[in-house]
Design a protein around this ligand. Sequence first.
Ligand code: GLN
Length: 491
Amino acid sequence: MIDYKDLNLKQLSEALRRRDFSAVELAEAVLDRIDRQEIRIGAYITLTRETAMEQAGRVDQLLAKDLTLPPLAGIPGALKDNIATRGILTTNASRMTENFIPPYDAFVWRLLRQQEMVLLGKLNMDEFAMGHSTESSAFHPTHNPYDLERVPGGSSGGSAAAVASGEACFSLGSDTGGSIRQPAALCGLVGLRPTYGLVSRRGVTAFASSLDQVGPLTRTVRDNAMVLDAIAVRDIKDVHSVGNQGTSYADAFADRPAKGVIGWPESYFKSDDLDPQVRSHLEAALKFYESEGMRILPVDLRTLDASLAAYYIISSAEGFSAMNRYDGIHYGYRSQDNESLEAIYTHSRTEALGAEVKQRILLGCFVLSEENYHDYFWKAAQARALVIKEFEEVFQRCDALLTPVTATPAWPLGTLPEESGGGKYSNDRFTLPASLTGMPALSVPVGLTKEGLPVGMQLMGKRFSEHSLYRLAALYEDAHGLIPAPPEVSK
Ligand code: GLN
């Protein structure tokens, strides 16, 4: 069996072209690993073994003709299960859509298919992407490869666990309020939330349309850029889509990062729930950048708490609207043996949706209701404008910001992260400002805790600054190497 696990995407691509191994052998090796480990990891909802083998076979035929193929041709990857794949089950990890076989492809999947990527399957997630631990999946939890008793983060927990455990060479997740960056940090991966509009949302199940973005989860920074190159393409059928207007992201690494200014928001490091080991890893990262000639500038950001409130109000309001279509009539699960239309609506949603989703629907309905709209939704929209203004100002003085991704490393399954009174959602507050402002943010592994759990840093930049975020991250990665892989999983 070939050993693909320590090869990055570029090396895999070159090895396929040199015929060190075939695309079929590579796909078999990854599927074999899935067969050995998946029972303990639980990253997938659906495995597309046959499609994968067919696609790999086709790539081998193309390679045999010496054709020039796109960079991701023959590379086995997987998609979060809210990305529509024609003819392949797309469940959103919900009973509501557990039998949904889309008659269309999401634009991002179409792009990856054109690259001749090999699709291994569809990945577990929190139901309708609402959550931060993948435990709200209607099907099963996913386990963190670094400690099987702990959560992988969420909502793209399957996307993170699959790549970290070698059950996929890369994956796509979606990030509304942190769902790529947070699981990437908890599973020791590089995860990018692209600038809003860089990647098409068409065919990706909407959670909150003004916040949703698709992005890559990978082991290395350069792998991440390579996948982004494939998906940052303008889609004329997504009104917000602009695509990459500049040079290839994979080419970003030719230049060293400019000796710029890295902003360090002191308020983000003051919270008493910030785990001391997370704090010390991040302080070491700041020192590293300083030693590389960057200027570290303490900045005063005051909107973190407001972001937390504004995000949950806005995302729930938009989530409530998006979920209206699943009424048991138009789409999704229909409750049987009901006597009235009203009863079909009520029972379909009661039976097929989990507690987390119901909570968001209720909150969204509440904040949009006539009597509450002004006090909640309107205020949240104003707060969002303030957050945007604050970040626009800060990025006039700094090239990037360095912040925590999460306050703590991965926490045990079945429990909540430790928090300091901010409620169950406060552990992932650091990822919310980039979501509200539409700015890109990259989660980069910076080390392991004494217990062997990954810690990530978040690099944020102004809109469309992905090239420079990648350069900064690569500077760190090149100097420190990758963090140790998780322990091997035995059956
Ligand atoms: N944890 C956040 C939430 O539950 C973010 C989810 C997401 O980005 N999809 O809303």
